[in-house]
Design a protein around this ligand. Structure first.
Ligand code: NAD
Length: 459
Protein backbone atom coordinates (compact mmCIF):
# COMPACT_ATOMS: atom_id res chain seq x y z
CA UNK A 1 0.00 0.00 0.00
CA UNK A 2 1.56 3.31 -0.95
CA UNK A 3 0.62 6.16 1.34
CA UNK A 4 -0.90 9.43 0.14
CA UNK A 5 1.95 11.99 -0.01
CA UNK A 6 1.66 14.12 3.14
CA UNK A 7 2.06 17.34 1.16
CA UNK A 8 -1.05 16.47 -0.94
CA UNK A 9 -3.29 16.19 2.09
CA UNK A 10 -3.84 19.92 2.63
CA UNK A 11 -4.76 20.26 -1.06
CA UNK A 12 -7.33 17.46 -0.81
CA UNK A 13 -8.81 19.16 2.24
CA UNK A 14 -8.95 22.54 0.46
CA UNK A 15 -10.63 21.01 -2.62
CA UNK A 16 -13.34 19.42 -0.51
CA UNK A 17 -14.00 22.58 1.47
CA UNK A 18 -14.39 24.55 -1.75
CA UNK A 19 -16.82 21.96 -3.10
CA UNK A 20 -18.87 22.21 0.08
CA UNK A 21 -18.84 26.00 0.08
CA UNK A 22 -20.07 26.09 -3.51
CA UNK A 23 -23.11 24.02 -2.49
CA UNK A 24 -22.34 21.13 -4.85
CA UNK A 25 -23.23 18.47 -2.28
CA UNK A 26 -26.54 19.94 -1.13
CA UNK A 27 -29.15 19.17 -3.85
CA UNK A 28 -31.08 16.03 -2.95
CA UNK A 29 -30.85 14.70 -6.51
CA UNK A 30 -27.06 14.94 -6.33
CA UNK A 31 -26.93 13.17 -2.95
CA UNK A 32 -29.27 10.45 -4.21
CA UNK A 33 -27.06 9.87 -7.24
CA UNK A 34 -23.92 9.56 -5.09
CA UNK A 35 -25.68 7.11 -2.75
CA UNK A 36 -26.83 4.96 -5.65
CA UNK A 37 -23.31 5.07 -7.10
CA UNK A 38 -22.03 3.82 -3.72
CA UNK A 39 -24.55 0.96 -3.87
CA UNK A 40 -23.46 0.26 -7.45
CA UNK A 41 -19.82 0.14 -6.37
CA UNK A 42 -20.80 -2.64 -3.94
CA UNK A 43 -22.85 -4.50 -6.54
CA UNK A 44 -20.24 -4.40 -9.31
CA UNK A 45 -17.28 -5.27 -7.12
CA UNK A 46 -18.56 -7.94 -4.73
CA UNK A 47 -15.77 -10.32 -5.67
CA UNK A 48 -12.98 -7.74 -5.53
CA UNK A 49 -14.11 -6.57 -2.08
CA UNK A 50 -14.58 -10.10 -0.75
CA UNK A 51 -11.11 -11.03 -2.09
CA UNK A 52 -9.51 -8.02 -0.39
CA UNK A 53 -11.11 -8.93 2.95
CA UNK A 54 -9.98 -12.52 2.46
CA UNK A 55 -6.43 -11.29 1.82
CA UNK A 56 -6.42 -8.99 4.87
CA UNK A 57 -8.30 -11.10 7.41
CA UNK A 58 -8.92 -14.54 5.91
CA UNK A 59 -12.55 -13.43 6.12
CA UNK A 60 -14.89 -16.11 4.75
CA UNK A 61 -16.72 -14.87 1.64
CA UNK A 62 -20.09 -15.47 3.28
CA UNK A 63 -19.11 -13.19 6.25
CA UNK A 64 -17.69 -10.53 3.90
CA UNK A 65 -20.94 -10.32 1.93
CA UNK A 66 -23.39 -10.75 4.82
CA UNK A 67 -21.71 -8.34 7.25
CA UNK A 68 -20.03 -5.78 4.98
CA UNK A 69 -20.62 -5.55 1.20
CA UNK A 70 -24.32 -6.51 1.29
CA UNK A 71 -25.06 -4.25 4.25
CA UNK A 72 -23.61 -1.16 2.57
CA UNK A 73 -25.47 -1.95 -0.65
CA UNK A 74 -28.74 -2.20 1.27
CA UNK A 75 -28.21 0.81 3.53
CA UNK A 76 -26.96 3.19 0.81
CA UNK A 77 -30.11 2.31 -1.13
CA UNK A 78 -32.35 2.88 1.91
CA UNK A 79 -30.71 6.28 2.46
CA UNK A 80 -31.38 7.24 -1.17
CA UNK A 81 -35.05 6.32 -0.67
CA UNK A 82 -35.39 8.27 2.59
CA UNK A 83 -33.53 11.48 1.82
CA UNK A 84 -36.67 13.46 1.14
CA UNK A 85 -38.22 12.43 4.46
CA UNK A 86 -35.08 12.95 6.58
CA UNK A 87 -34.28 16.39 5.20
CA UNK A 88 -37.80 17.81 5.44
CA UNK A 89 -37.86 20.89 7.71
CA UNK A 90 -39.79 20.00 10.87
CA UNK A 91 -42.39 22.42 12.18
CA UNK A 92 -42.38 22.79 15.97
CA UNK A 93 -45.33 23.40 18.29
CA UNK A 94 -45.70 26.99 19.48
CA UNK A 95 -48.33 29.13 21.24
CA UNK A 96 -50.94 30.68 18.99
CA UNK A 97 -49.37 34.16 18.89
CA UNK A 98 -46.14 32.68 17.38
CA UNK A 99 -47.80 30.53 14.76
CA UNK A 100 -47.43 33.04 11.94
CA UNK A 101 -43.62 32.89 12.40
CA UNK A 102 -43.39 29.40 10.79
CA UNK A 103 -40.88 28.06 13.34
CA UNK A 104 -39.07 25.10 11.82
CA UNK A 105 -35.94 23.01 12.34
CA UNK A 106 -33.79 22.46 9.27
CA UNK A 107 -31.20 19.71 8.97
CA UNK A 108 -28.08 21.68 8.07
CA UNK A 109 -25.11 19.87 6.53
CA UNK A 110 -22.09 20.23 8.87
CA UNK A 111 -19.46 20.58 6.12
CA UNK A 112 -16.35 18.51 5.48
CA UNK A 113 -16.00 15.32 7.45
CA UNK A 114 -12.96 13.24 8.40
CA UNK A 115 -13.66 9.51 8.76
CA UNK A 116 -10.93 7.44 10.46
CA UNK A 117 -11.55 3.70 10.52
CA UNK A 118 -10.01 0.47 11.85
CA UNK A 119 -9.14 -2.79 10.16
CA UNK A 120 -11.55 -5.36 11.60
CA UNK A 121 -14.61 -4.60 9.45
CA UNK A 122 -12.74 -2.23 7.17
CA UNK A 123 -15.46 -1.92 4.54
CA UNK A 124 -18.54 -1.24 6.64
CA UNK A 125 -16.60 0.96 9.07
CA UNK A 126 -15.43 3.27 6.28
CA UNK A 127 -18.55 3.28 4.12
CA UNK A 128 -21.23 3.44 6.82
CA UNK A 129 -20.09 6.91 7.93
CA UNK A 130 -19.64 7.77 4.24
CA UNK A 131 -23.30 7.08 3.34
CA UNK A 132 -24.21 9.19 6.40
CA UNK A 133 -22.04 12.06 5.14
CA UNK A 134 -23.45 11.87 1.61
CA UNK A 135 -27.03 11.77 2.92
CA UNK A 136 -26.33 14.81 5.08
CA UNK A 137 -24.99 16.81 2.10
CA UNK A 138 -21.39 16.81 3.36
CA UNK A 139 -17.98 16.19 1.78
CA UNK A 140 -15.72 13.54 3.34
CA UNK A 141 -12.21 12.16 3.50
CA UNK A 142 -11.85 8.51 4.45
CA UNK A 143 -8.65 7.47 6.22
CA UNK A 144 -8.81 3.67 5.94
CA UNK A 145 -6.69 1.50 8.25
CA UNK A 146 -3.19 0.58 7.13
CA UNK A 147 -3.65 -2.74 8.99
CA UNK A 148 -6.07 -3.88 6.23
CA UNK A 149 -3.99 -2.70 3.23
CA UNK A 150 -5.65 -4.78 0.51
CA UNK A 151 -9.05 -3.31 1.24
CA UNK A 152 -7.67 0.23 1.70
CA UNK A 153 -5.85 0.13 -1.65
CA UNK A 154 -8.88 -1.27 -3.46
CA UNK A 155 -11.15 1.40 -2.00
CA UNK A 156 -8.72 4.15 -3.03
CA UNK A 157 -8.76 2.77 -6.58
CA UNK A 158 -12.54 2.22 -6.91
CA UNK A 159 -14.05 5.19 -5.09
CA UNK A 160 -13.07 7.77 -7.75
CA UNK A 161 -14.66 5.58 -10.43
CA UNK A 162 -18.06 5.88 -8.73
CA UNK A 163 -18.20 9.02 -6.58
CA UNK A 164 -17.48 12.69 -7.23
CA UNK A 165 -13.79 13.13 -6.43
CA UNK A 166 -14.21 16.79 -5.64
CA UNK A 167 -16.33 15.70 -2.64
CA UNK A 168 -15.16 12.25 -1.54
CA UNK A 169 -11.54 11.09 -1.22
CA UNK A 170 -9.54 8.29 0.36
CA UNK A 171 -6.27 9.01 2.16
CA UNK A 172 -3.93 6.05 2.60
CA UNK A 173 -1.29 5.82 5.28
CA UNK A 174 -0.75 5.62 9.02
CA UNK A 175 0.35 7.92 11.84
CA UNK A 176 2.22 10.57 9.73
CA UNK A 177 -0.78 10.96 7.40
CA UNK A 178 -3.27 11.06 10.31
CA UNK A 179 -1.12 13.61 12.09
CA UNK A 180 -1.29 15.85 9.01
CA UNK A 181 -5.03 15.30 8.67
CA UNK A 182 -5.55 16.22 12.31
CA UNK A 183 -3.76 19.55 11.93
CA UNK A 184 -6.49 20.66 9.53
CA UNK A 185 -9.90 22.03 10.41
CA UNK A 186 -12.77 19.56 9.94
CA UNK A 187 -16.45 20.08 10.63
CA UNK A 188 -16.87 16.66 12.23
CA UNK A 189 -14.49 13.77 12.88
CA UNK A 190 -15.93 10.27 12.94
CA UNK A 191 -13.41 7.93 14.57
CA UNK A 192 -13.82 4.18 15.02
CA UNK A 193 -11.08 2.35 16.91
CA UNK A 194 -9.52 2.03 20.33
CA UNK A 195 -9.74 4.36 23.32
CA UNK A 196 -6.01 5.20 23.40
CA UNK A 197 -6.00 6.67 19.87
CA UNK A 198 -9.45 8.21 20.52
CA UNK A 199 -7.81 10.45 23.11
CA UNK A 200 -5.25 11.65 20.52
CA UNK A 201 -8.06 12.39 18.05
CA UNK A 202 -10.18 14.17 20.69
CA UNK A 203 -7.26 16.36 21.76
CA UNK A 204 -6.57 17.37 18.13
CA UNK A 205 -10.29 18.03 17.50
CA UNK A 206 -10.48 20.25 20.58
CA UNK A 207 -8.04 22.73 18.97
CA UNK A 208 -10.63 23.49 16.28
CA UNK A 209 -13.71 22.83 18.46
CA UNK A 210 -14.55 20.05 16.01
CA UNK A 211 -17.43 17.80 17.08
CA UNK A 212 -16.68 14.10 17.27
CA UNK A 213 -18.22 10.71 17.06
CA UNK A 214 -16.14 8.09 18.89
CA UNK A 215 -17.10 4.50 18.11
CA UNK A 216 -14.90 2.55 20.50
CA UNK A 217 -14.79 -0.94 21.92
CA UNK A 218 -14.06 -2.42 25.32
CA UNK A 219 -15.20 -5.49 27.15
CA UNK A 220 -18.78 -6.45 26.29
CA UNK A 221 -19.94 -8.93 28.95
CA UNK A 222 -22.51 -11.72 28.83
CA UNK A 223 -24.58 -12.71 31.86
CA UNK A 224 -26.08 -16.20 31.93
CA UNK A 225 -28.53 -16.75 34.81
CA UNK A 226 -29.65 -20.26 33.86
CA UNK A 227 -33.34 -19.43 33.20
CA UNK A 228 -32.78 -19.46 29.41
CA UNK A 229 -31.91 -22.80 27.73
CA UNK A 230 -28.17 -23.03 28.50
CA UNK A 231 -27.15 -25.09 25.47
CA UNK A 232 -28.87 -22.62 23.11
CA UNK A 233 -27.31 -19.71 25.03
CA UNK A 234 -23.91 -21.39 24.56
CA UNK A 235 -24.47 -21.80 20.82
CA UNK A 236 -25.50 -18.16 20.43
CA UNK A 237 -22.56 -16.94 22.52
CA UNK A 238 -20.04 -18.99 20.57
CA UNK A 239 -21.46 -17.78 17.26
CA UNK A 240 -21.00 -14.17 18.42
CA UNK A 241 -17.40 -14.97 19.31
CA UNK A 242 -16.32 -16.76 16.11
CA UNK A 243 -17.38 -14.02 13.67
CA UNK A 244 -14.17 -12.61 12.21
CA UNK A 245 -12.31 -14.79 14.79
CA UNK A 246 -13.58 -12.61 17.63
CA UNK A 247 -12.17 -9.41 16.10
CA UNK A 248 -15.44 -7.55 16.32
CA UNK A 249 -16.25 -4.66 18.63
CA UNK A 250 -19.54 -6.28 19.72
CA UNK A 251 -18.07 -9.74 20.37
CA UNK A 252 -18.96 -11.22 23.74
CA UNK A 253 -15.73 -10.46 25.62
CA UNK A 254 -16.36 -12.60 28.71
CA UNK A 255 -19.21 -14.55 30.29
CA UNK A 256 -20.42 -14.26 33.89
CA UNK A 257 -22.35 -17.37 34.89
CA UNK A 258 -23.83 -18.76 38.10
CA UNK A 259 -21.19 -21.03 39.63
CA UNK A 260 -23.28 -24.21 39.60
CA UNK A 261 -24.05 -23.75 35.88
CA UNK A 262 -20.52 -23.16 34.65
CA UNK A 263 -19.91 -26.78 33.60
CA UNK A 264 -23.19 -27.05 31.73
CA UNK A 265 -22.37 -23.83 29.87
CA UNK A 266 -18.89 -25.08 28.94
CA UNK A 267 -20.37 -28.39 27.72
CA UNK A 268 -22.81 -26.37 25.57
CA UNK A 269 -19.99 -24.24 24.15
CA UNK A 270 -18.00 -27.38 23.32
CA UNK A 271 -20.88 -29.05 21.59
CA UNK A 272 -21.61 -25.85 19.60
CA UNK A 273 -17.93 -25.70 18.63
CA UNK A 274 -18.02 -29.30 17.39
CA UNK A 275 -21.15 -28.67 15.35
CA UNK A 276 -19.71 -25.48 13.76
CA UNK A 277 -16.31 -27.05 13.05
CA UNK A 278 -16.53 -30.85 12.82
CA UNK A 279 -12.89 -30.99 11.65
CA UNK A 280 -11.66 -28.24 13.96
CA UNK A 281 -11.70 -24.47 13.31
CA UNK A 282 -8.12 -24.48 12.04
CA UNK A 283 -9.18 -26.74 9.15
CA UNK A 284 -12.35 -24.84 8.34
CA UNK A 285 -13.11 -22.38 5.54
CA UNK A 286 -15.82 -20.91 7.81
CA UNK A 287 -13.33 -19.31 10.17
CA UNK A 288 -11.09 -16.24 9.78
CA UNK A 289 -7.58 -15.51 10.98
CA UNK A 290 -5.91 -12.95 13.23
CA UNK A 291 -5.08 -9.79 11.32
CA UNK A 292 -1.39 -9.29 12.15
CA UNK A 293 1.60 -10.78 13.97
CA UNK A 294 1.27 -8.10 16.64
CA UNK A 295 -2.32 -9.06 17.45
CA UNK A 296 -1.50 -12.79 17.19
CA UNK A 297 1.33 -12.43 19.73
CA UNK A 298 -0.86 -10.23 21.95
CA UNK A 299 -3.53 -12.95 22.10
CA UNK A 300 -1.01 -15.72 22.74
CA UNK A 301 0.43 -13.59 25.56
CA UNK A 302 -3.04 -13.10 27.08
CA UNK A 303 -3.60 -16.83 27.12
CA UNK A 304 -0.20 -17.50 28.71
CA UNK A 305 -0.85 -15.04 31.55
CA UNK A 306 -4.32 -16.20 32.59
CA UNK A 307 -4.70 -18.03 35.90
CA UNK A 308 -7.92 -19.65 34.61
CA UNK A 309 -8.11 -23.16 33.17
CA UNK A 310 -8.33 -23.69 29.41
CA UNK A 311 -11.50 -25.78 29.03
CA UNK A 312 -10.95 -26.35 25.31
CA UNK A 313 -9.27 -24.81 22.27
CA UNK A 314 -6.02 -22.88 22.39
CA UNK A 315 -4.43 -24.26 19.21
CA UNK A 316 -2.83 -21.92 16.72
CA UNK A 317 -0.96 -22.37 13.45
CA UNK A 318 1.80 -20.53 11.61
CA UNK A 319 -0.73 -18.74 9.36
CA UNK A 320 -2.12 -16.87 12.38
CA UNK A 321 -5.22 -19.02 12.81
CA UNK A 322 -6.23 -19.05 16.48
CA UNK A 323 -8.76 -21.62 17.64
CA UNK A 324 -11.81 -20.50 19.66
CA UNK A 325 -10.59 -20.94 23.24
CA UNK A 326 -12.73 -21.16 26.36
CA UNK A 327 -11.10 -20.41 29.71
CA UNK A 328 -13.03 -21.37 32.86
CA UNK A 329 -12.82 -20.34 36.52
CA UNK A 330 -11.53 -16.90 35.66
CA UNK A 331 -11.32 -14.55 38.67
CA UNK A 332 -12.20 -10.85 38.59
CA UNK A 333 -8.54 -9.77 38.76
CA UNK A 334 -7.33 -12.15 36.01
CA UNK A 335 -5.20 -10.57 33.22
CA UNK A 336 -7.86 -11.73 30.72
CA UNK A 337 -10.28 -9.27 32.29
CA UNK A 338 -8.04 -6.21 31.95
CA UNK A 339 -7.93 -5.28 28.25
CA UNK A 340 -10.47 -5.90 25.50
CA UNK A 341 -9.67 -9.38 24.14
CA UNK A 342 -10.55 -8.69 20.49
CA UNK A 343 -9.93 -12.29 19.46
CA UNK A 344 -11.35 -15.78 19.95
CA UNK A 345 -10.58 -16.25 23.67
CA UNK A 346 -13.65 -16.41 25.92
CA UNK A 347 -13.12 -16.24 29.69
CA UNK A 348 -15.90 -17.62 31.89
CA UNK A 349 -16.29 -16.00 35.31
CA UNK A 350 -18.32 -17.93 37.90
CA UNK A 351 -20.33 -15.89 40.45
CA UNK A 352 -22.77 -16.81 43.22
CA UNK A 353 -25.84 -14.80 42.25
CA UNK A 354 -27.37 -12.53 39.63
CA UNK A 355 -26.80 -9.70 42.10
CA UNK A 356 -23.06 -10.49 42.09
CA UNK A 357 -23.11 -10.57 38.27
CA UNK A 358 -24.67 -7.10 38.15
CA UNK A 359 -22.19 -5.81 40.73
CA UNK A 360 -19.30 -7.32 38.71
CA UNK A 361 -20.39 -5.49 35.56
CA UNK A 362 -21.37 -2.16 37.02
CA UNK A 363 -18.05 -1.84 38.86
CA UNK A 364 -16.26 -1.74 35.45
CA UNK A 365 -16.29 0.60 32.42
CA UNK A 366 -19.62 0.93 30.62
CA UNK A 367 -19.49 -1.57 27.76
CA UNK A 368 -20.52 -1.13 24.14
CA UNK A 369 -22.95 -4.04 24.52
CA UNK A 370 -24.35 -5.95 27.47
CA UNK A 371 -25.68 -9.42 26.62
CA UNK A 372 -27.98 -11.13 29.10
CA UNK A 373 -29.42 -14.63 28.76
CA UNK A 374 -32.48 -14.77 31.01
CA UNK A 375 -36.19 -15.55 30.88
CA UNK A 376 -36.80 -13.86 34.23
CA UNK A 377 -38.74 -10.58 33.85
CA UNK A 378 -37.43 -9.31 37.21
CA UNK A 379 -33.83 -9.84 36.12
CA UNK A 380 -34.56 -8.09 32.82
CA UNK A 381 -36.08 -5.13 34.67
CA UNK A 382 -33.20 -4.80 37.09
CA UNK A 383 -30.63 -5.06 34.26
CA UNK A 384 -32.40 -2.26 32.39
CA UNK A 385 -32.57 -0.09 35.51
CA UNK A 386 -29.19 -0.66 37.08
CA UNK A 387 -26.64 -1.19 34.31
CA UNK A 388 -25.33 1.05 31.52
CA UNK A 389 -24.19 0.08 28.00
CA UNK A 390 -24.51 1.42 24.45
CA UNK A 391 -26.64 -1.58 23.43
CA UNK A 392 -28.54 -4.08 25.55
CA UNK A 393 -29.38 -7.51 24.12
CA UNK A 394 -31.42 -10.23 25.78
CA UNK A 395 -30.91 -13.82 24.71
CA UNK A 396 -28.65 -13.52 21.66
CA UNK A 397 -25.37 -11.96 20.57
CA UNK A 398 -24.37 -9.67 17.65
CA UNK A 399 -27.80 -10.08 16.01
CA UNK A 400 -28.80 -6.59 17.19
CA UNK A 401 -26.75 -5.25 14.28
CA UNK A 402 -29.39 -6.58 11.88
CA UNK A 403 -31.99 -4.09 13.16
CA UNK A 404 -31.59 -1.18 10.75
CA UNK A 405 -33.69 1.25 12.73
CA UNK A 406 -31.90 1.03 16.10
CA UNK A 407 -29.09 3.47 16.92
CA UNK A 408 -25.62 2.02 17.41
CA UNK A 409 -22.92 3.50 19.63
CA UNK A 410 -21.28 3.47 23.05
CA UNK A 411 -21.41 5.23 26.38
CA UNK A 412 -18.50 6.30 28.57
CA UNK A 413 -15.34 4.37 27.67
CA UNK A 414 -17.11 2.69 24.73
CA UNK A 415 -17.55 6.07 23.03
CA UNK A 416 -20.25 8.56 22.13
CA UNK A 417 -22.40 9.50 19.14
CA UNK A 418 -24.69 7.21 17.18
CA UNK A 419 -24.84 5.66 13.70
CA UNK A 420 -26.77 3.50 11.25
CA UNK A 421 -29.07 4.95 8.60
CA UNK A 422 -31.00 7.94 9.99
CA UNK A 423 -28.59 8.12 12.97
CA UNK A 424 -25.63 8.28 10.56
CA UNK A 425 -27.38 11.11 8.71
CA UNK A 426 -28.03 12.87 12.04
CA UNK A 427 -24.32 12.66 12.99
CA UNK A 428 -23.37 14.90 10.09
CA UNK A 429 -26.21 17.40 10.28
CA UNK A 430 -27.06 19.99 12.88
CA UNK A 431 -30.48 21.26 13.92
CA UNK A 432 -30.80 24.73 12.52
CA UNK A 433 -33.67 26.72 14.02
CA UNK A 434 -35.50 29.00 11.65
CA UNK A 435 -38.28 31.56 12.05
CA UNK A 436 -39.77 33.88 9.44
CA UNK A 437 -41.63 36.68 11.20
CA UNK A 438 -44.13 38.40 8.89
CA UNK A 439 -44.95 42.05 8.82
CA UNK A 440 -48.45 41.19 9.95
CA UNK A 441 -47.08 40.00 13.32
CA UNK A 442 -46.10 43.55 14.25
CA UNK A 443 -49.12 44.32 16.48
CA UNK A 444 -48.20 41.37 18.72
CA UNK A 445 -44.60 42.67 18.97
CA UNK A 446 -45.33 46.30 19.81
CA UNK A 447 -45.08 45.48 23.47
CA UNK A 448 -41.30 44.91 23.31
CA UNK A 449 -40.26 48.41 22.18
CA UNK A 450 -38.94 51.25 24.44
CA UNK A 451 -39.61 53.56 26.05
CA UNK A 452 -40.32 50.98 28.73
CA UNK A 453 -43.39 51.59 30.81
CA UNK A 454 -45.81 49.38 32.61
CA UNK A 455 -47.32 48.55 29.24
CA UNK A 456 -44.20 46.42 28.45
CA UNK A 457 -45.07 44.14 31.33
CA UNK A 458 -48.68 43.70 30.33
CA UNK A 459 -49.17 40.13 29.36
P1 NAD B 1 -6.46 0.50 13.95
O1 NAD B 1 -5.13 0.10 14.52
O2 NAD B 1 -6.74 0.22 12.51
O3 NAD B 1 -6.64 2.06 14.25
C1 NAD B 1 -7.82 2.77 13.86
C2 NAD B 1 -7.38 4.00 13.10
O4 NAD B 1 -6.60 4.81 13.95
C3 NAD B 1 -6.55 3.66 11.88
O5 NAD B 1 -7.04 4.38 10.76
C4 NAD B 1 -5.15 4.06 12.27
O6 NAD B 1 -4.40 4.54 11.18
C5 NAD B 1 -5.40 5.15 13.29
N1 NAD B 1 -4.28 5.25 14.27
C6 NAD B 1 -3.59 4.22 14.81
N2 NAD B 1 -2.66 4.69 15.65
C7 NAD B 1 -2.75 6.04 15.66
C8 NAD B 1 -2.07 7.10 16.33
N3 NAD B 1 -1.09 6.86 17.19
N4 NAD B 1 -2.47 8.37 16.08
C9 NAD B 1 -3.48 8.63 15.24
N5 NAD B 1 -4.15 7.66 14.56
C10 NAD B 1 -3.80 6.40 14.76
O7 NAD B 1 -7.64 -0.19 14.72
P2 NAD B 1 -7.79 -0.50 16.28
O8 NAD B 1 -7.86 0.75 17.06
O9 NAD B 1 -6.90 -1.60 16.69
O10 NAD B 1 -9.29 -1.08 16.16
C11 NAD B 1 -9.79 -1.97 17.06
C12 NAD B 1 -10.60 -1.22 18.12
O11 NAD B 1 -11.72 -0.59 17.49
C13 NAD B 1 -11.19 -2.15 19.14
O12 NAD B 1 -11.12 -1.53 20.41
C14 NAD B 1 -12.64 -2.27 18.71
O13 NAD B 1 -13.51 -2.63 19.76
C15 NAD B 1 -12.91 -0.91 18.18
N6 NAD B 1 -14.01 -0.94 17.24
C16 NAD B 1 -15.14 -0.24 17.54
C17 NAD B 1 -16.22 -0.28 16.67
C18 NAD B 1 -17.49 0.45 16.96
O14 NAD B 1 -18.27 0.66 16.03
N7 NAD B 1 -17.75 0.85 18.19
C19 NAD B 1 -16.11 -0.99 15.48
C20 NAD B 1 -14.93 -1.67 15.21
C21 NAD B 1 -13.89 -1.62 16.08
Amino acid sequence: MSATPVDEIAQIHATLRTTFRKGVTRPLAWRRHQLLQLALMMQENVDAFADSLEADLGKPRMEAIATEVGVIYERATICAQNLEEWTKPQAVEVPEWQQSWSPTVHKGAKGTILIISPWNYPLILTLQPLYGAISAGCCAVIKASEVAPNYATLLARLLPQYLDQSAYRVVLGAVPEITKLLELQWDHIFYTGNGRVARIIAAAAAKHLTPLTLELGGKSPVIVDGTFDISLAAKRILWGKINNAGQICVAPDYVVVLRDQQDELIAGLKSAYESFYPNGALNSTSYGRIVSDTHFERLKGQLKRTRGEVAFGGQTNEKRWFEPTIVKDVAGDDPLLEEEIFGPILPVVPVDSVEDAIEFITSRDHPLVLYVFTEDPKTKASIIDRTMSGNLVFNDTVQQLAVNTLPFGGVGESGYGRQILKYSFESFTYDRSCVDIPRAAEPTLEIRYPPYTDKNLAI
